[in-house]
Design a protein around this ligand. Sequence first.
Ligand code: IPE
Ligand code: IPE
Ligand code: MG
Length: 249
Amino acid sequence: MPLREQINIEKLPSHVAIIMDGNGRWARQRGLDRVFGHQQGVVALREIIETAAEIGIKYLTLYAFSTENWGRPDEEVNALMSIMIQSLNKETDTLLKNNIRLNTIGDVERLAEDVRARLFETLRVTSGCTGLTLVVALSYSSRWEILEAARKLAKEVSNGTLSPENINDEKFEKYLTTYGIPDPELMIRTSGELRISNFLLWQLAYAELYFTEILWPDFGRDEFYKAIIDYQKRERRFGKTSEQILDKC
Ligand code: IPE
Ligand code: IPE
Ligand code: MG
């Protein structure tokens, strides 16, 4: 049976998060500069966004650039930023046509003015779209986000509008950049690395993790289907017993 048909549409994850890793190695294996890998990564990105929208995923969060990635050589950071501008220039119409709303999480203040302006324009024009919400994590790290939330809560406590005993999951989440978006049920990382690399540490608490050796530029439609099929075979227990979960059905 084709992979697409093996997916149970009733049991789709509503939110999939992806660490798109392995662009540099993909290029190096071909004797090319790492930047070619990033360019090819955008091709894969397009296919995955299209597939997610087609099958009816509601939220897709993509780790595009981490806080730690600012430490890469200037030429690579600059190339990544130009690729970002070019892609937004080229694909904003496609987003609109497919009813995809762009959202972003991360410390956008650190982005250069031209990148920020281009990004904000796409956020603005797609803000009325009601299909897939595409969340791009840019200049994002989970520790940065959690510290920001802690600072905001501390301010509320110090000005007397919140008492420490009343800090709970809900209050805390209100200050996370993902506020209003359900936690990812499935997190995919490509390129064989078995780590989270400072991505959505709070939100991934109960996500199913899927790791594949495939490098990001080679991660196509079928690879995405495989991850979803694998996810659908798992029993999500949330701390309960298997019997409790089965009883509910
Ligand atoms: C992921 O690919 C893209 C970004 C981090 C921006 P890498 O650039 O990390 O590729 P590898 O891991 O070096 O192969
Ligand atoms: C994680 O990949 C960040 C992105 C994919 C944007 P990295 O390649 O930066 O992560 P590490 O350094 O291998 O952990
Ligand atoms: Mg990497």
